[in-house]
Write a protein of this length. Structure first.
Length: 134
């Protein structure tokens, strides 16, 4: 069902916010099993793994989220943050610069009253629809 991907992403995010990394991993991995091309689910998996100090696994998931959403400033900024935490300043700077470029492009798009998909911004119903119009 189409709505389950967003629900799984939201639930995984709530678990991450609460520090329940195992639960977040379970939800996110179950979501990826059904929606392998979901950048938010890969990002949640990366955040949960980073929270458990699994830098290798987290980096792999961050890379996949970046591959799936190369123009998403939030993904690039979050990855850059964690690279900084992991004492990789050059890689962090590269991702943070990519995030700045993506944010500028998105800002120009929203200034024209459009979300990241070229659709008019409307009342958001979920985090996924809100993200494009902030």
């Amino acid at each position: 069902r189409p709505g389950r991907e967003a629900s799984m992403g939201d639930l995984g995010g709530l678990y991450i916010d609460q520090g329940k990394m195992e639960a977040a991993l379970a939800v996110s991995r179950a979501g990826i099993a059904k929606h392998a091309e979901s950048a938010p689910l890969h990002l949640n998996t990366a955040l949960a793994l980073a929270g458990k100090n699994d830098t290798g696994g987290a980096a792999k998931e961050f890379d996949e989220a970046m591959r799936l959403a190369p123009k998403d400033a939030a993904v690039a900024m979050t990855y850059g943050h964690w690279l900084g935490v992991w004492k990789q300043p050059d890689a962090a700077l590269t991702k943070l610069r990519a995030a700045r470029r993506a944010a500028r492009r998105a800002s120009a798009t929203r200034a024209r009253g459009r979300n990241g998909r070229g659709q008019p911004c409307s009342k958001p119903r979920s985090w996924h629809s809100l993200r494009g119009c902030l």
